[in-house]
Design a protein around this ligand. Structure first.
Ligand code: NFE
Ligand code: MG
Length: 519
């Protein structure tokens, strides 16, 4: 008999994701991913000074505000006609600030958002040893403080007790590593969350030898952690849960816009990025080009009455909370009406098929470790491995980029806000492809649209009825115990969903920040 498993909320932060899975004979027959909260950013921006986009869009999310500052600033660079004017210091500083956020986000995801699906933190409950971190965790649990460790299921923790204890110690160390990455971000970004310095024309912060030194010692500690703790922990988990190389693969189409600017070519589709933009399908592993004109957002299963299949440059967001057949506040972004997964796996697969180093060497080394071929990447563990590899690559490159900074040289270009214009800011956030589009009229924002990574991955069925990447990854999964659906949360969390980002919309009829009206 078919039963429906409802998991709500799914994520350990950024809560409002609901997953419903219809399970028949122990197998997921169909799944629905639903964003259950309604927020408001695109319409808040209408009528405002274009520069406000950098400030306001960062408030979409406290985890990846740097991604929104980057996308909004690329968007303004392009609308102001200054994309090729950013000085080299500005380019490098943007990469260092954004890179710091990548490291923070990837470490957060593995240790604090998903590791506890595999590591049994209760192994520390009776700990009576000399390690102060573990004593603190044991005290914390004995006082009944379970909040950061739940929701959790029972029945499939496979690591030996001493590995569970060591991994819990790493959970605490990872908090310190994230603090260091936030401090790195703040050295050139002003503060975190919501950096002050990535602005049109470059970065407002100046370069000094002291700041470079402050940045470098922190980065070296984080690199040491990634190489000696994070990557070994991912390999250890993957070794014991290796069936997850065959679970949760999903759509197998991967898209990246590309990230970390290597030059200041004004056309973002031609600009050289450290991780290249493009598309690839696991079925043939052939690199394909990306044309942002082919992106649309479908809304037939979303609570919006505005037209479906609009390009984001003319996008609209008009709510209809009682719309029949709709089940999410997320839209369904599509490329050529096809479903694409975005994120670290999509970026690394795109880099891999283009022969980019060090991706090729690192991916081959992980595949060799597990005696697997590239098809194993299309899986739950493939996403974790790609994210860990990416953290190492970004950290290692940042150590080189920071030495390119030139103290005393300019970091900004000057600009005027044009009376009218259009812009596009496409980049890759930690969780995948992020695009902002702007239209300026009378020196003010006339239209602003964001299409966000978790919207790509977590969106509902589209106008053709094609399920989104989360939904496809869940369908066909065997569920051993419907009361403890480990398989389903492990699959969805491997994407690193962020619903705060995914649901950034509000009724187009309402420009008042203080009052959101469902029409
Ligand atoms: Ni709120 Fe974000 C990232 C962006 S995900 S975390 O990474 O943009 O939709
Ligand atoms: Mg949007």
């Amino acid at each position: 008999m078919a039963t429906t498993i409802v998991i709500d909320p799914v994520t350990r932060i950024e809560g409002h994701l609901k997953i419903e899975a219809v399970v028949d004979d122990g197998v997921v027959k169909e799944a629905r991913s639903s964003g259950t909260l309604w927020r408001g950013f695109e319409q808040i921006l209408e009528g405002r000074n274009p520069l406000d986009a950098q400030r306001i869009t960062q408030r979409i999310c406290g985890v990846c505000p740097t991604a929104h500052s980057t996308a909004s600033t690329l968007n303004l660079d392009s609308a102001f006609g200054i994309a090729d004017k950013v000085p080299n210091n500005g380019r490098v500083l943007r990469n260092l600030i954004f890179g710091s956020n990548f490291l923070q986000s990837h470490i957060l995801h593995f240790y604090h958002l998903t590791a506890l699906d595999y590591v049994d933190v209760t192994a520390v409950a009776g700990y009576r040893g000399t390690d102060p971190d573990l004593n603190q965790v044991a005290n914390f649990i004995s006082n009944g403080n379970l909040a950061p460790f739940v929701p959790r299921y029972e029945g499939d923790y496979r690591l030996p007790k001493k590995v569970n204890i060591a991994a819990t110690k790493h959970y605490v160390e990872a908090l310190n590593m994230r603090r260091l990455t936030q401090e790195m971000l703040a050295i050139f970004g002003g503060h975190m969350p919501h950096n002050m310095s990535i602005m049109p024309g470059g970065v407002t912060e100046q370069v000094s030898v002291d700041k470079i030194a402050d940045f470098r010692w922190r980065l070296e500690k984080v690199r040491h952690f990634i190489d000696n703790v994070y990557i070994p922990d991912v390999l250890a988990v993957a070794g014991v849960y290796d069936d997850y190389f065959g679970i949760g693969g999903g759509v197998g189409n991967y898209m990246a816009y590309g990230v970390f600017e290597m030059d200041q070519e004004p056309d973002l589709t031609k600009r050289k990025r450290f991780f290249p933009g493009g598309r690839v399908k696991m079925s043939d592993l052939k690199p394909m080009k990306l044309d942002p004109n082919r992106i649309t957002e479908h809304v037939s299963h979303s609570w919006y009455k505005s037209d479906s299949k609009l390009h984001p440059s003319v996008g609209k967001t008009e709510a209809a909370h009682d719309k029949r057949g709709a089940y999410s506040w997320m839209k369904s972004p599509r490329y050529d009406n096809e479903v694409y997964e975005v994120g670290p796996l999509a970026r690394q697969v795109n880099a891999y098929v283009r022969g980019e180093e060090p991706t090729v060497t690192l991916v081959n080394s992980v595949l060799g470790h597990f005696k697997a071929d590239a098809s194993a990447l299309k899986s739950t563990l493939g996403r974790h491995a790609a994210r860990a590899i990416e953290a190492k690559i970004v950290a290692d490159e940042m150590a080189k980029w920071v030495l390119e900074l030139a103290p005393g040289e300019p970091t900004m270009a000057v600009y005027d806000i044009p009376e009218s214009g259009m812009g596009m800011g496409i980049t890759d956030a930690p969780r995948g492809s992020l695009g902002h589009w702007i239209t300026i009229k009378d020196h003010k924002i006339d239209n602003y649209q964001a299409v966000v990574p978790t919207t790509w991955n977590g969106g509902p069925r589209d106008d053709k009825g094609q399920p989104g990447p989360f939904e496809q990854a869940l369908e066909g999964t065997k569920v051993r115990d419907a009361k403890n659906p480990f398989e389903l949360v492990r699959i969805v969390r491997s994407f690193d969903p962020c619903l705060a980002c995914a649901i950034h919309v509000v009724d187009a009829h309402d420009n008042d920040m203080g009052k959101f009206v469902v029409s």
